[in-house]
Write a protein of this length. Structure first.
Length: 457
């Protein structure tokens, strides 16, 4: 799962919407805005028709019927004028009310934004809800309400608010981006990709959406697409630390450790190096087969954050891997002093003591590790060996049987189980296990030889 704090460090956070032209949401249209024009056209047409009738008689004079018609239209005009004056007054009042409402909505915008700057997200939520009550069709207010809810760890309600914003204005990229970002945070990388891609189709310049899309693609193991998006961003911002970290993460996940080393080296040459960055650099170096250099990187990581048991364990593990057992013991013991229940440190320290031949000292650490990781070959295999050295054949054989059942392709598992069975008197079964070990060992040597031949010019 991609860590939320990592996303923030990489420059990815929710999108808030700026104030839109709110007049369309709160200013009612005057219902008689074109009524006068309609009546005026009708009256003019009727007058021309009456004149035409009289001109057909060769003269134009007021006849009694004509006078009556004119009188009738004069009265109609008077009535219409009164109606229009009344409507004009109502329209002016509506316009005044609409402007007041508009002013109130803008005031709520300003209030909400002030609370957001203060980090008071509950008060910001109240202000956005007040704005929405006056302007329920304001998609931007719904977008910002979602941000306020999300900052209060109410992501379900936030997504509903953003979906409402999308319904009101499907051309806003912010709600799609925010929904995708919440899904990335929740580890739902595959589900985050469609809304983030939609946000980018609406607004290809949305840098935050592209960064979040990279994180989602990496989380979905769609590394080729992630690399393409990263390259597009790095072309514009070659010195962006967050992008370099995303690129390194993608390379590590693909096992492209040498490239990850180069990218992280560039990142560390920038300002603001951290313990976590040095640890990531150490992991990449170790993956590239440069374990001594990895140890130095982890040493710097511990210096920057001596309280981190995670980083200190990494340093102890690398010392153990290099057979620097005294230094490994020192770091692993310190990890367990700070966190007595750390199962990784329990296992590595127990295995260290077992390698030294001190099964009695190793046994309690390996017992704890096996309880924490019951389905791991290493923990059950090491515990079985320790029990055998302590003379507990029955339990030792039981643990070794479990180990080879978990992973049947490791020669050492079958070898130690075979020796234990022969020691316990089960010679035929023991011989079968030793034969399996011999066959697996031969197969491994053959594969290694083939790899070496492929490397030859």
């Amino acid at each position: 799962m991609t860590d939320w704090s990592n996303l923030k460090r990489m420059g990815i956070s929710e999108s808030v919407a700026a104030e839109q032209d709110l007049s369309s949401s709160v200013d009612p249209k005057c219902p008689v805005s074109f009524g006068g024009e309609f009546i005026r056209t009708t009256f003019t047409t009727e007058t021309r028709r009456t004149q035409s009738l009289h001109s057909g008689l060769g003269l134009f004079r007021y006849s009694p019927s004509h006078a009556f018609a004119v009188s009738k239209w004069q009265k109609l005009v008077t009535v219409v004028a009164l109606v229009l004056l009344t409507a004009s007054g109502l329209c002016a009042q509506n316009e005044k009310d609409g402007n007041r409402k508009l002013q109130n909505v803008r005031s709520y915008y300003e209030t909400a934004q002030r609370f957001e700057k203060e980090g008071n997200w509950a008060k910001a939520e109240q202000a956005w809800r007040a704005a929405i009550k006056l302007a329920p069709a304001d998609a931007r207010a719904w977008t910002n309400l979602g941000v306020a809810l999300n900052r209060q760890n109410r992501s379900g309600e936030a997504v509903k608010a953003w979906n409402r914003a999308i319904t009101l204005d499907p051309k806003l990229d912010g709600p799609y981006f925010n929904i995708g970002l919440v899904l990335v945070k929740a580890g739902q990388s595959a589900g985050a990709i469609p809304p983030l891609q939609k946000a980018l189709r609406i607004n290809p310049t949305n840098e935050g959406a592209r960064r979040a899309l990279v994180a989602a693609l990496i989380g979905s193991e769609r590394f080729r697409e992630a690399t393409r998006e990263i390259a597009q961003l790095l072309a514009q911002m070659p010195g962006d630390g967050g992008l370099l970290e995303l690129a390194a993460q993608s390379f590590v996940r693909q096992g492209r450790y040498a490239e990850a080393v180069l990218v992280l080296r560039r990142r560390l040459d920038l300002t603001h190096d951290t313990s976590q960055l040095w640890a990531q650099f150490g992991d990449a170096l170790d993956g590239a087969g440069r374990t001594p250099e990895a140890t130095e990187a982890y040493r710097k990581a511990v210096d920057l954050d001596p309280a981190s048991t995670l980083v200190r364990y990494g340093l102890g593990y690398l010392y153990w891997k290099l057979y620097r057992y005294d230094e490994a013991e020192r770091e692993l013991t310190e990890v367990l002093r700070r966190n007595p229940n750390d199962p990784r440190a329990q296992f590595t320290l127990g295995d260290l003591y077992l390698t030294r031949g001190d099964a009695q000292k190793a046994l309690p650490f390996l017992e704890t590790a096996a309880l924490a990781y019951p389905n791991e070959f290493d923990t059950r295999f090491a515990l079985g060996r320790a029990l055998m050295l302590m003379g507990n054949l029955e339990r030792g054989i039981e643990e070794l049987r479990v180990a080879v059942k978990i992973e049947d392709s490791i020669a050492d598992g079958h070898f130690h189980l075979g020796r234990a069975l022969i020691r316990a008197g089960a010679k035929e079964e023991g011989k079968l296990e030793l034969e399996k070990a011999q066959a697996l060992h031969a197969k491994k040597r053959e594969a290694e030889g083939e790899r070496l031949r492929k490397k030859l010019p």
